[in-house]
Design a protein around this ligand. Structure first.
Ligand code: LLP
Length: 419
């Protein structure tokens, strides 16, 4: 349990609010976010880099809810976005454009125009093709796009194959050895202002060594490119800091900050960071209710009203999330299959998890659900989408009501020739 979620008299609380009260008010399944916890994480990062030219840009993709973006924007964080939609959300939440980074594998022309018209801080460009397109779009608008080129430093890292991004053959960035030629070309384009290099080697990285190895390569290239005459002023190291799911990461944010500051001291460049998971993962839980306890001769299935459509991480990445009874139960722990209501065998949260004897109607909390949880939820099987709540001390607000089924099909049209 993290600081935001604690037990009092056997009942699980989010800050100072009991989870059963939230389940009552918002229905289940419901994501419960701790504003205090998010602030604490952001503060830890800001403090670790205080007094240095380091910009923290929250990776919006981890949880793009306007309330979450507002909270971080209000603390002075920038936003790392990967689509026109995320830029729109960041702006709507009050993030000034000059704090917005636009990354992402492929930006289309309309998205480029949006970023340019708003005067965002930086475009993280992923290929020579994208660079040329951005140059043309910017010239046509009479603008210059500040560009950091994403390089692939060929370092393997990340909690899972599906979230590792920095190896040769991954679709991300340009091979680091090509960066110099590409930036030399960039410097000749009227619509481009080359400002730096960018890398992001993966997510849920629990050791410091791969970060350091990748950053060293990026900084070598950075120095060489500068010596070649392209005036780079920023280095963007991406995100990826691991959090505790089952095991805690082997470094603290203070260790990470020391490493970054050591590598970049005397460089004369600003540092940009794009953490997502670190800021939110442990600051939300998914509260679900058991619809049935189904017992067979060999297994005990706890069937929840949340499924892979609500939180896909276990099904998609084999991810571990702690699962706790919301109201503590005495008695022995029994291996339990914690599953959802979706018609697929991949729809599970845990297999053979030792839990007290949970029953129909009981509430469970699926922990560490704040990053890549609600944002990856879908309408699959047309079940009502999860509600979301934000807690701050003793107060809470339903920030997304449970999405009624009617809302899922309100934009669908049956062709007149089928009526
Ligand atoms: N910057 C870039 C360019 C990224 O691609 C990502 C994440 C981040 C920053 C933020 O990384 P973080 O600090 O959150 O690790 N859905 C997966 C994770 C996908 C991560 C994608 N990129 C999961 O649930 O584990």
């Amino acid at each position: 349990m993290t600081g935001s979620f604690t037990r009092r008299d056997g009942v699980l609380y989010a800050e100072d609010v009991a989870l059963p009260a939230i389940a009552e008010a918002a229905g289940t399944p419901v994501y419960v976010n701790s504003a205090g916890g998010m602030r604490r994480q952001a503060r830890a990062l800001l403090d670790a880099f205080a007094g240095h030219d380091v910009r923290i840009c929250y990776a919006v993709k981890a949880n793009h809810h306007l309330a979450v973006l507002r909270l971080f924007a209000g603390m002075g964080l920038g936003m790392d976005t990967v689509s026109g939609g995320e830029i729109a959300r960041a702006l709507k939440a009050g993030c000034p454009p000059e704090r917005i980074v636009f990354a992402g594998v492929a930006k289309d022309t309309d998205e480029m125009r949006l970023g340019l018209a708003q005067g965002i801080f930086q475009f993280n460009v992923e290929s020579i093709e994208e660079l040329r397109r951005l140059g043309q779009v910017a010239s046509a608008m009479g603008r210059r796009a500040p560009v950091a080129l994403r390089v692939n430093p060929d370092v393997a890292a990340g909690g899972h194959d599906k979230i590792s991004t920095g190896k040769k053959g991954d679709k991300f960035g340009v091979p680091i050895e090509d960066a110099s030629a590409i930036l030399a070309e960039a410097a000749t384009m009227a619509g481009i202002e080359p400002v730096g290099l960018h890398c992001h080697i993966g997510s849920q990285i629990t050791e410091l060594a791969p970060f350091e190895a990748a950053y060293r390569r990026v900084l070598e290239a950075f120095t060489a490119i500068r010596e070649g005459g392209v005036e780079l002023t920023r280095v963007d190291f991406g995100g990826g800091f691991g959090v505790r799911y089952q095991e805690p990461p082997k470094f603290t944010i203070a260790d990470y900050a020391r490493m970054v500051l050591r590598l970049t001291s005397g460089l004369g460049a600003s540092v940009v960071l794009e953490p997502g998971r670190f800021l939110v993962a442990e600051q939300a839980v998914l509260v679900a209710r058991a619809i049935y306890l189904k017992e067979t001769a060999t297994h005990r299935f706890l069937v929840l009203d949340a499924g892979m459509n609500t939180l896909i991480r276990p099904a998609m990445y084999g991810a571990w999330h702690d699962i706790l009874p919301v109201v503590a139960k005495d008695g022995p722990l029994v291996p339990t299959e914690v599953v959802g209501p979706i018609c697929e065998s991949s729809d599970f949260f845990a297999r053979g998890r030792p839990l007290p004897r949970m029953m129909e109607g009981d509430l469970v909390a699926i922990m560490q659900a704040g990053a890549y949880g609600s944002v990856m939820a879908s309408d699959y099987n047309s079940r009502p989408g999860p509600a979301e709540v934000m807690v701050d001390g003793e107060r809470f607000t339903v920030i997304t009501p449970r999405r009624a089924v009617e809302r899922q099909y309100e934009d669908e049209t049956v062709p007149p020739w089928l009526e």
